[in-house]
Design a protein around this ligand. Structure first.
Ligand code: FES
Length: 76
């Protein structure tokens, strides 16, 4: 049974020409399996490669004009 205080189901949303928005009860780990606690929830993971705060998005995708691949754009 769920109530209004329960954590939402895990979800990853691809933002248009932006990051991956992560919501819900999900565990983030590094390449060695160590758990990383995000600074806030929900959180956004960089998809453009330009963030100075990887793995998190810092908004740099706007500055560099990140554009998703053609296949991703066509499916929107
Ligand atoms: S997606 Fe936002 S800084 Fe890379």
């Amino acid at each position: 049974m769920s109530d209004s205080t329960s954590t939402p189901a895990p979800s990853i949303t691809i933002r248009k020409n932006g990051p991956l928005l992560i919501t819900g009860d999900i565990t983030l780990t590094d390449h060695e399996g160590n758990i990383i606690e995000p600074p806030k929830r929900p959180f956004a993971l960089c998809r453009c490669g330009s963030s100075d705060n990887k793995p998190y998005c810092d908004g740099a995708h706007n500055r560099v004009g990140f554009c998703a691949t053609a296949a991703e754009v066509l499916s929107e």
